[in-house]
Design a protein around this ligand. Sequence first.
Ligand SMILES: Cc1cc2nc3c(=O)[nH]c(=O)nc-3n(C[C@H](O)[C@H](O)[C@H](O)COP(=O)(O)OP(=O)(O)OC[C@H]3O[C@@H](n4cnc5c(N)ncnc54)[C@H](O)[C@@H]3O)c2cc1C
Length: 408
Amino acid sequence: MASLFDVIIAGGGAAGLSLACHLINSLLRDCSILIVDKDDDDQINRNWGFWTNQPTLFDATVSRAWRQLHVVGEGFERTFDLEDYQYKLIRGPDFYRYALDTLRARSNVTFARGVVEKVEDVAGARNEARVVVNGQEHLGRWVFDSIMRAGALKRQSSPYRFLKMHFKGWEIETNDDVFNPNAATLFDFRTPAGCPSEVRAMRFFYVMPFMSRRALVEYVLFSPDVLRQDHYERALREHIEMMRGIRDYQIVFEENGCVPITDYPFVRRTGRRIMAIGAKGGQLKPSTGYSFMRVQQDSAAIVQSLLKRGHPFDVSYGASLFRLGDSVLLDIMLRRGDEIKPIFTAMFAKNPIQRIFRFLDETASPLDALGMIASLPPWQFVYSLGRVGAQAARTWTAQPHRMLAMLM
Ligand SMILES: Cc1cc2nc3c(=O)[nH]c(=O)nc-3n(C[C@H](O)[C@H](O)[C@H](O)COP(=O)(O)OP(=O)(O)OC[C@H]3O[C@@H](n4cnc5c(N)ncnc54)[C@H](O)[C@@H]3O)c2cc1C
């Protein structure tokens, strides 16, 4: 007979492990939890960077935090004091070690290795959902699913905008003191000449200096297609050697990534007792590609909803204004990604950085949001707003339920 758990988490990645940690850190700490993942990999080669002015459950794993951020735009360069915010960086292996050690210490948390083949409601049973792992059935009172099925997103998302955030990073060590370890560079829009497919993409460098002789330098692009490895490598070399004048360095770590970016309105409730979380639950901010802090806030909201409502679904879906903003920015990125440079330059030149964080975190007050919008060059937006509006009208006519989902 299948075992019954209070909670099953399909996918033990950033979102799955974060939710499990939030659960055992709450009044629900004794609920039985099954976490299923296909990999036995607790050494994920990934760094999570994020800004915050709140403590997180994972602060013990933060490897570096900066109180200053540097931005280089079009004819613009500034170092911002973050005041009550910090920009933090967590290394993947530290996150996994901490989360897995914390969870393995609990007798009510079980791990299963295997491929999740199905996540579905149980016909006739109102209080359970089923997860099939390597042919074996497990039952859960609630199932949280972070497994993105290949291809599903692209097929469904056709009326929406769909592109990729792709990047390559080198952590380098130098023989001289070349980095200011007090200020991380969030955006450096000085970009190399590049190949034709890169030139129109939104692209920038991101530099996290751990010490004066050690930093992670990353080349990031938002565009429909990934590039050949040698394009990223050439850009990184050009940035390090020509723009920063660093000749003598060794690469000590390499990070590659590709994250799907879309304004598709993800469905959170995918079954009577099933909820999508993480990237699958739309927790990746489309216009920035960041998700770590959203996942933390979402996990906390799910726990609160379970405690207060007896179900997990009472979580915020973000105001429509911010979703419209994401759609417009994605439209500009798809049409002319290089037009993002003056938009971001104006954003950083004319606003306090704390207001920008609140806007990107979708916690800005209407006054804050208006201030932000008024500071941006209008001409790039008008055309994209028209296109997004026209697409929304077509969707409204063809699929009113989708449009309602977008507005709610
Ligand atoms: C290289 C990289 C760097 C990033 N850097 C940042 C950053 O700096 N800041 C930030 O905020 N965001 C960043 N992101 C974006 C985001 O935080 C991550 O994508 C995050 O990992 C999303 O969490 P998730 O739980 O949804 O997905 P994942 O962490 O990918 O977890 C999904 C889990 O499901 C498992 N799985 C998949 N299919 C199956 C199956 N069929 N059966 C069983 N298990 C399965 C996988 O093994 C994985 O463990 C980055 C993403 C990448 C790829």
